[in-house]
Design a binder for this molecule. Structure first.
Ligand SMILES: NC(=O)c1ccc[n+]([C@@H]2O[C@H](COP(=O)([O-])OP(=O)(O)OC[C@H]3O[C@@H](n4cnc5c(N)ncnc54)[C@H](OP(=O)(O)O)[C@@H]3O)[C@@H](O)[C@H]2O)c1
Length: 247
């Protein structure tokens, strides 16, 4: 995988950050994307540059904005010449009672999680199609499949859309570009920072391994899916949830 150029959206923290480091460990050149937290992104870029012998850049881009996505992709191609791997990881989640949600907030979740995944796939996909190679991994969630939380109905719908988009991208981009999707269960990131100890303990009862995942445990699966060892895995939806059920 050495020298591949890897773009991970939403990678200044959480699962995206761990994914960048997994790719850097094996010699890939990496692009950190962020939307709000510039300081974290720049510090992380410096850390990657000082720790691994790879080239690293950080790009600010709101993935829900088509012009910004096009600009981000062009700036990466100007710097690296190409993009080999796209991990559509960035996402937002705002829990509130279903009846309290506003259309504006519901649309924002769909705009970032679903439209953002589409836009990045569209602009990076053009480059991959031209050179007839590339790998895309979309990050969905078990919430899209069989775990239902009315307070995140907007997020869950966006993640179900990401699964559907995976199947359609895989078809349109075949045979040279593989498109897969991972569905994490509970992961220890900022996304879950507001959960109480009681809620965490309650959720842990429904996970066969009895704990939340570390970000690295998701990142390693994403990296595997982009490796030659996964050369025959395409159009797959893979749960990485420690054996999670609805209790
Ligand atoms: N954590 C879990 O339990 C869990 C479970 C299932 C699935 N997932 C999925 O795994 C992925 C990563 O989750 P996480 O827990 O690592 O998330 P996180 O810690 O909340 O980080 C979210 C990332 O997305 C970026 N982001 C947000 N809005 C963006 C936008 N409009 N444009 C570009 N970047 C944007 C953030 O950048 P800024 O900091 O700059 O805003 C940040 O880097 C997501 O797709 C999530 O849905 C997570």
């Amino acid at each position: 995988m050495e020298n591949l150029v890897v773009l991970v959206t939403g990678s200044n923290r959480g699962i995206g950050k761990a994914t960048i480091e997994e790719f850097a460990k094996v010699g890939c050149n990496v692009v950190i994307n962020y939307c709000h937290h510039e300081e974290e992104a720049l510090e992380f870029m410096e850390y990657i540059g000082n720790t691994y012998s790879v080239d690293c850049m950080a790009v600010k881009c709101d993935i829900s904005d088509e012009e910004e996505v096009e600009k981000m992709v062009n700036s990466i191609v100007d710097h690296f010449g190409t993009i080999d791997v796209l991990v559509n990881n960035a996402s937002v989640c705002r829990d509130s009672l279903l009846l309290d949600k506003t259309v504006k907030n519901f649309r924002r979740i769909l705009d970032v999680n679903l439209i953002g995944t589409y836009l990045c796939s569209k602009y990076v996909g053009k480059i991959m199609l031209e050179k007839k190679s590339g790998m895309i991994v979309n990050v969905s969630s078990t919430n899209a499949i069989d775990t239902y939380y009315p307070e995140s109905c907007d997020y869950d719908a966006s993640k179900a859309g990401v699964i559907s988009l995976t199947h359609n991208l895989a078809r349109e981009f075949a045979p040279n570009i593989r498109v897969n999707c991972v569905c994490p269960g509970w992961v220890k990131t900022d996304m879950n920072k507001d959960l109480s100890i009681e809620q965490i303990n309650e959720e842990r009862k429904n996970i066969l391994v009895g704990r939340f995942a570390e970000s690295e445990e998701i990142a390693k699966v994403i990296k595997f899916l982009c490796s030659d060892d996964a050369s025959y895995i395409n159009d797959s939806i893979i749960r990485v949830d420690g054996g999670k059920y609805n209790g």
